[in-house]
Design a protein around this ligand. Structure first.
Ligand SMILES: NC(=O)c1ccc[n+]([C@@H]2O[C@H](COP(=O)([O-])OP(=O)(O)OC[C@H]3O[C@@H](n4cnc5c(N)ncnc54)[C@H](O)[C@@H]3O)[C@@H](O)[C@H]2O)c1
Length: 283
């Protein structure tokens, strides 16, 4: 029986905090960030490293992953960059194995890599469907499976997948992307129920519009030329859809990643976290 000890406020004794930010520290922890060469993944890798984690950055863009790792190292952090195509199970397994080989453990797995698709479902070709499922959904399955295997050998850990605000409402032209991300959401919640007893937490982000390379596709006109006015109008439309009048930056998601990676979120699993400026609110 758990007896209430009368403590209504104050810091839990077992955390042993001298500073309120201590539970957010990741010293001695090892994190993998798949899709860490750009945008949300890059910001996450940088924040996790600054919190003290050793970071293994995987990306299909090997040079980009290496550049981020060097940047982190130049600021006194610990990181390596690895080429990994997250749509291939062997690559994802090798990414996690790299963390185990170099550091002997894995505490945090961020499955961030993803790609967009635009156009009505009516026009979706089979190869495009297969590609989106491979990069957006298989990646989350492979990454979570590999991390669970590694974390079961240790003291558990935190797995963070990336869905999208697109899971919250149907939007014409985003159907293929949204259905892969909706599946990531269910994959996350189901894994959380299956692996929680091993001390493994599984959560997902559902970011609202975040200005990264991902959104720069809205910058191009039909003929492929850069159309700044089109991009500005797109961003303005998204800003207007936020009750607080904001669009996101990669760091907005990275702060959430830090929380979910750290002991500060030790009571949180199976949840979809919506840093979206309120954009996804219907009505
Ligand atoms: N930016 C947004 O508005 C937004 C909103 C909701 C969800 N998301 C999701 O956030 C995640 C990160 O997006 P971002 O905005 O940082 O985009 P980004 O394009 O800046 O970064 C995506 C990264 O994934 C990598 N990548 C792509 N395919 C890969 C593959 N097969 N294997 C390994 N790496 C691969 C890219 O090289 C890149 O480094 C994606 O899953 C995206 O769907 C983004």
């Amino acid at each position: 029986m758990t007896v209430f000890d009368g403590t209504l406020v104050g810091l839990p004794v077992e955390v042993g905090m001298s500073d309120v930010f201590d539970p957010f520290r990741l010293d001695g922890r090892v994190a993998c960030v798949a899709g860490g060469a750009s945008g949300i993944g890059r910001a996450s890798a940088e924040v996790l490293a600054r919190a003290g984690a050793s970071v293994v950055i995987g990306d299909i863009d090997a040079d980009g992953a290496e550049t981020v790792a060097k940047q982190i190292a130049s600021e006194g952090g610990r990181a390596v960059g690895v080429r990994a195509d997250v749509s291939r199970r062997a690559d994802v397994d090798a990414l996690v194995q790299r963390a185990l080989d170099v550091h002997g453990r894995l505490d945090v797995m961020c499955n961030v890599a993803g790609i967009a698709a635009d156009g009505p479902l009516e026009d979706v070709e089979e190869d495009e469907f297969d590609r989106l499922v491979a990069v957006n959904l298989k990646s989350a399955l492979f990454g979570t499976q590999a991390a669970v295997r590694a974390m079961k050998r240790g003291d558990g850990g935190s797995i963070i997948n990336v869905a999208s605000a697109a899971i919250d409402m149907p939007v014409a032209g985003y159907g293929l992307y949204a259905l892969t991300k909706s599946a990531v959401s269910m994959l996350t919640q189901t894994f959380a129920t299956e692996v929680g007893s091993h001390g493994i937490r599984v959560n997902a982000l559902a970011p609202g519009l975040t200005l990264t390379a991902f959104t720069s596709r809205h910058m191009y006109a039909e003929d492929g030329s850069i159309d700044q006015a089109r991009y500005d109008a797109f961003v303005e439309r998204m800003r207007a859809g936020s009750p607080i009048g904001r669009v996101g930056e990669a760091i907005d998601q990275a702060w959430l990643v830090l929380y979910l990676a750290s002991d500060a979120s030790r009571f949180c699993t199976g949840q979809i976290w919506r840093a979206n400026g309120g954009q996804a609110l219907p009505g």
